[in-house]
Write a new protein. Structure first.
Lengths: 225, 225
DNA sequence: AATAAAATTTAGTCTAGCCTAAATTTTAGA
DNA sequence: TCTAAAATTTAGGCTAGACTAAATTTTATT
């Protein structure tokens, strides 16, 4: 019989998923810092996950870790919970988009399938959360993401903001204030080759804004066709 | 500094509170069966709670346990969470009153003060949950309960149902079906001295019903003045 | 290719909260 | 009041998931 997927394991799987999305295998150190846990603790858990029945990860010493199909399903379940919860907190309880992360991080581990289903239905089965992140479907498939970093745009390009993959509440509040939120159209007025700064015209805003790469790498857009 | 109040401790305090409400001190065995834990485990936890700084319970060997002021506040916090959550699940997500208990038992430990406040506001600061249980106030005071067991009524007495303190989902579904829910008026048509059965006329229902003491002891009413 | 630095793993501990078995205390009935 | 049964506590263990310190492997730099 499959061993229990504890809250702690859910957190490991979720972060491995996110690290796998970007670079290839997730490293011990990256996981440790994301989970706020000592690297040695990560090694121990990875060994356990790799030896569980069925295995949730594929792990080779010193070479990082990847999710198995089973591990990915478990990860997507947690991510679906998280993103539905963020949406629910904003839509139903009036949270702002910079407040929802912590709350969802705790709730994601304890809600039932029943809760998930009712919440999704109450929200009209949304496909994106308040930050524009894609919500895995009920049968645990992650929709394809067509967006690219805002940082990759150049002068005169026009695009629609799709997601803001930032955690920092202060940054989120700032971006909200200057109108940099999902589904808003922007046009690049200038690109600085020295620092990568972009000058943007934001739909619905009076004056242009300048954003550095630390920010534009966290904002994802779809270019005008 | 006060030690952390873990989920496990919250569960102990909640059940000690409920046992203190009825009989005096809560016994080791009663706690063990409510918590689904071995009696020896309860003894260990009670010693810990009594020695914590500040103490959360007063405990003397073989004589059961009572909450201190601090312990009571912590218990009421959890109970407030639980009852607000039950109300929220019914009102906002369309749960039926027999489904909410398990879900609330998990969520009660993880929601923030922010969540509690927003939820209470969204519900209009309710004073009772879907079963009619009183909800502790935001400053953690339990309102006085004026009700008495339905089982204590006799023929010709009329009363209003205030709460249904039952856990069993099947019983709850049955009571809902026959209209035995909070705020409904009932009249006792007959009392049987042999088995304690009550024959009731239930407001809004066509035919009378007969309920045994196993049920009437779990339903609480306020008599007509 | 040598070596220093960084990353990772091993080894050994710790804590919370549970467990069982055995010992003890309390309670109830003859 | 004595004794059997019930309730409770003690003693000793276990597991998950964290930790630190030390050992090892990998990577990067000269």
């Amino acid at each position: 019989m499959p061993e229990a997927i504890t809250q702690s394991i859910q957190d490991y799987l979720k972060h491995i998923y996110e690290l796998n999305e970007h670079g290839g295998a997730a490293s011990t150190n990256d996981l440790a810092s994301r989970l706020s846990v000592a690297p040695a603790s990560v090694t121990g858990m990875l060994q356990k996950l790799a030896n569980s029945q069925p295995p949730l990860v594929i792990y080779k010493k010193h070479q990082g870790v990847r999710l198995t199909k089973n591990g990915e399903k478990a990860a997507l379940e947690v991510i679906r919970h998280h993103r539905l919860l963020e949406t629910f907190l904003v839509k139903t309880l009036g949270y702002s988009w910079d407040e929802v992360h912590c709350e969802a991080d705790k709730l994601e581990h304890v809600i039932s399938e029943n809760f998930e289903t009712r919440m999704a239905a109450a929200l009209g089965n949304p496909t994106r959360d308040p930050h524009g992140e894609l919500i895995p479907t009920a049968d645990l498939v992650m929709p394809a993401d067509e967006s690219c970093p805002l940082a990759s745009l150049r002068a005169d390009e026009t695009a629609t903001i799709r997601r803001v993959s930032a955690d920092d509440p202060a940054l989120l509040r700032h971006l909200h204030k200057i109108g940099v939120v999902p589904e808003v159209k922007i046009t690049v007025k200038n690109y600085s080759e020295f620092d990568g700064n972009l000058t943007l015209q934001v739909e619905g805003q009076k004056s242009n804004i300048v954003l550095g790469t630390a920010v534009t790498n966290q904002v994802f857009v779809e270019k005008e066709n």
